[in-house]
Design a protein around this ligand. Structure first.
Ligand code: F6P
Length: 550
């Protein structure tokens, strides 16, 4: 047994779980009118209601004890102090430095990183203002109208999510495009309507070795040069964001057009760095800095609030409660705002690439569950698609419901109905519908006895399905910054408790390695025999069936 599952705090939680597993939240709410105020937290206008969880005061106390025993506060300090907490890559984890707004030094290896961070922000400001003010001209002296970000994973999802989330702040004569998939349809569909003379490409790759991104980048350059016909024009149309300056220069990017990243910024935590350049171009640097400010406020809260009042810590502990004690396998993110449509995708990478691990910090295979299967979609779309399983299926799926209190558009009738769904769904998940309630409804509909008996079991909702509800005034750079930072720190706390390294991603390597071997085998028409029969069979079928010019 691992240290974690043997610990007093864990075992106390196991016994406590047996005590409360059959409690129904409906009864808990009936017995305690103060439940909402006791189990909710607020940071500025961000309200975090966690009262619709299968918890009691004792649960929260025991979970906080677990966090204490796992030294969460000390680990928070280690992160902020620039210690190499990503031990398998021997790197500090300092995305908090990217949004440090209080001018204090943040050091790693004895070196203050803040001067570099500030220089990067200045460079982003200068560049984004030139593009937005139309001072930056393409090779034909026309201003830029379209920005194409080429990147994948952390070099794509953050800017994609945030530019969409903050669309109302965007400048209207600039169109943002994101190309991540090596499937040629993605880049060719994107380039279809663009003109080389008014297009700017941002090649975003921390490593500058990711093959999907490089293949797309080469295709973009070829497309551009077909019209521009002059390599010198590349300087006005291609910039890069990378930690691998040499490779970016080799690609043909001018040194001045390279925005530096650092190895202490993980890809999936990098939207606060120059990876956020599309965000800065789209909404302007002042708004981008508001985004940083929002994240910084959550960082400060995380660092200073006591565990039981600490939003990321409580959110994390609730996740542990369901994953490890209720043995729930999944976790749903349900934003109720059209502009947050990419949020579940973004947080899925952040969570699953961080905590999808089975080896602990001491090199042992864990004997407990770690990161859940994270999924989600816009709440309204989900209601008409997968909520059925959440309400009446056999699985327990805790969910976070996320909604702004008002929408900028203010078209009468829309936002109220949206919010009615937010409250109704959270209530339905919690209360469910009892047999008596269902029977009374069917009777009121005037159905005959026989039909009532057939329908009755299908009309019962067990309820007792946990949700957190997160509300904030409006979706703006500040509130988005707070929200994303909240989830980043939630992931961190869970990683600490599970004793895993949330900041490496070795699990993505095997597929990459094998793909590069297979790619070599696809060069010719020879029969492949080097794999198992299935892989050989599939490759050979493909080779026989592909068009001759492929
Ligand atoms: O394949 C996984 C990964 O390494 C992610 O962690 C990262 O966000 C993505 O690929 C892109 O990496 P890069 O920015 O180095 O191209």
């Amino acid at each position: 047994m691992s240290k974690l599952t043997q610990s007093t705090a864990w075992q106390a939680l196991e016994s406590h779980f047996e005590e409360i597993r059959d409690l129904h939240m409906r009864d808990q709410f009936a017995e305690d009118p103060e439940r909402f105020s006791r189990f909710s937290l607020q940071l500025d206008d961000l309200l975090f209601d966690f009262s619709k969880n299968r918890i009691t005061d004792k649960t929260v106390k025991l979970l906080c004890q677990l966090a204490e025993d796992c030294q969460v506060p000390a680990w928070i300090e280690k992160m902020f102090a620039g210690d190499s907490i990503n031990h398998t890559e021997q790197r500090a984890v300092l995305h908090i430095a990217l949004r440090n707004r209080n001018n204090q030094a943040i050091k790693t290896d004895g070196q203050d990183v803040m001067p570099d961070v500030r220089a990067m922000l200045d460079k982003m400001r200068q560049f984004s203002e030139q593009i937005r003010s139309r001072q930056w001209r393409g090779y034909t002296e026309q201003p830029i109208t379209d920005i194409v970000n080429i990147g994948v994973g952390g070099s794509d999802l953050g800017p994609l999510m945030a530019t969409e989330a903050l669309r109302p702040y965007a400048i209207h004569d600039l169109n943002m495009h994101f190309v991540s998939n090596v499937d040629e349809n993605h880049i060719s569909d994107t380039l279809e309507t663009l003109k080389p003379e008014t297009t700017l490409f941002i090649l975003a790759s921390k490593s500058f070795t990711t093959s999907d991104t490089l293949v797309n980048a080469h295709t973009a350059r070829k497309w551009f040069l077909k019209t521009a016909a002059d390599n010198a024009a590349i300087g006005k149309h291609f910039v890069a964001v990378s930690n691998n300056t040499g490779a970016a220069i080799d690609f043909g990017i001018q040194p001045d057009n390279i925005f530096k990243m650092w190895d202490w910024v993980g890809g999936r935590y990098s939207m606060w760095s120059a990876v956020g350049l599309p965000i800065a171009i789209s909404i302007g640097m002042d708004h981008f800095e508001q985004l940083l400010q929002g994240a910084h406020e959550m960082d400060e809260h995380f660092r200073t609030a006591p565990l039981e009042k600490n939003m990321p810590v409580i959110l994390a502990l609730l996740g542990i409660w369901y994953s490890n004690f209720f043995k729930s396998q999944a976790y749903a993110l349900l934003p109720y705002d059209q502009h947050l449509r990419y949020l579940p995708d973004y947080l899925r990478q952040a969570d699953m690439e961080s905590n999808g691990k089975r080896i602990d910090r001491d090199g042992n295979v864990v004997d407990y569950d770690t990161g859940p299967i994270v999924f989600g979609q816009l709440g309204i779309t989900g209601q008409h698609a997968f909520y059925q399983l959440m309400h009446q299926g056999t699985k327990l799926i805790p969910a976070d419901i996320i909604a702004p209190i008002s929408n900028m558009q203010c078209i009468r009738g829309h936002h109220r109905l949206l919010m009615a769904n937010v409250f109704a769904q959270a209530e339905a998940f919690m209360r469910g519908k009892t047999e008596d309630e269902a029977r009374a409804e069917l009777k009121a509909e005037g159905l005959n006895k026989e039909l009532i008996e057939i329908l009755l079991p299908n009309k019962i909702f067990p309820g007792n399905k946990p949700t957190n509800t997160l509300l904030f005034k409006t979706l703006n750079p500040l509130s988005l910054g707070r929200l994303i930072s909240l989830y980043e720190h939630k992931i961190f706390v869970q990683g600490i408790i599970w004793n895993i390294n949330s900041y490496d991603q070795w699990g993505v390597e095997l597929g990459k390695q094998l793909a590069s071997n297979v790619l070599a085998e696809l060069e010719d028409h020879n029969e492949v025999t080097s794999h198992d029969s299935s892989t050989n069979g599939l490759i050979n079928y493909y080779k026989r069936s592909r068009p001759h010019n492929d």
